[in-house]
Design a protein around this ligand. Structure first.
Ligand code: GLU
Length: 258
């Protein structure tokens, strides 16, 4: 199976931006094992800005663009150094790819991106993709890595996009506020009612971004690829997913309806 896994800053780093070593070690171990089991894996990893904030000992996430971009430049190194080190322990090779929205709107550059992804997979490498935050400006920004994950899933013709989050999946209400909130295991159509559950665009419904995750699911399901939202707190949940156990919320691709 060809799998794109999107992992966010809150899964990779502690609140101050320093690396969550235990989580990242577990994550790289599980991904290495899934690869050993024969899956092709591509990662879309956030964390550049967050880890730059930690490494530069900034008091908070910067709001001005030059400092944000400087933090991303520092943090991206730290991020790739860590992935390289942890995946090497399991004899896997990683590659860094940084893109902007402009690259993906440009036919030739997009084609080169797709060619590189497919050659890296043929070479047995784990591509690790992030937005090129140091040059992305308002006009050319992709904006969030859930959307980038969906674009990578479509470009690489993946079988599934897995978005690791800090909640179990899409729920009937905000699980942080409502104890009766229930996990929705499968979604066959992203209706206005489902979008309303995410709190609408720009809302942070206890998660900091269900809206962008639904947007990502809309992109992949339209293109024939499922998206699954899972809680990344324990990365071994990925084993459960690929063992066919009912975990997270699966957005089923169009044409695969029950
Ligand atoms: N590209 C940003 C970073 O690496 C993250 C964007 C996102 O998480 O959506 O810090």
């Amino acid at each position: 199976m060809k799998i794109v896994i999107k992992i966010g800053t809150s899964t990779l780093a502690h609140e101050g931006g320093h690396l969550n070593i235990r989580r990242m070690e577990q994550f790289c171990k599980v991904v290495s094992d899934l690869k050993n089991a024969g899956h092709e894996i591509l990662l879309v990893s956030s964390g550049a800005i967050g880890m730059g904030v930690g490494k530069l000992s900034l008091k908070a996430r910067p709001t001005d663009i030059p400092t944000k971009q400087a933090a991303a430049a520092v943090g991206q190194c730290e991020l790739m150094y860590t992935y390289d080190k942890l995946f090497s322990e399991y004899r896997h090779t990683v590659a860094q790819i940084l893109v902007t929205g402009d690259d993906l709107n440009h036919e030739d550059r997009k084609q080169n991106f797709e060619n590189t992804l497919s050659r890296l997979l043929e070479l047995g490498v784990i591509p690790i993709i992030n937005e090129n935050d140091t040059v992305a400006t308002h006009e050319i920004v992709i904006g969030d890595n859930d959307t980038l994950g969906a674009i990578v899933a479509v470009c690489s013709k993946a079988d599934v996009l897995v978005i690791l989050s800090d909640i179990d999946g899409l729920c009937t209400a905000d699980p942080h506020k409502d104890p009766n909130a229930k996990l929705i295991p499968e979604v066959y159509e992203i209706t206005p009612e489902i979008i309303a559950l995410a709190g609408g665009k720009g809302s942070d419904l206890g998660t900091g971004g269900m809206a962008t995750k639904l947007h990502a699911a809309q992109i992949t399901t339209k293109d024939g690829t499922d998206t699954v939202i899972l809680n990344g707190n324990d990365p071994t949940i990925l084993y459960d997913l690929f063992d066919g156990k009912p975990v997270g919320t699966r957005f089923c691709a169009k044409g695969k309806q029950a």
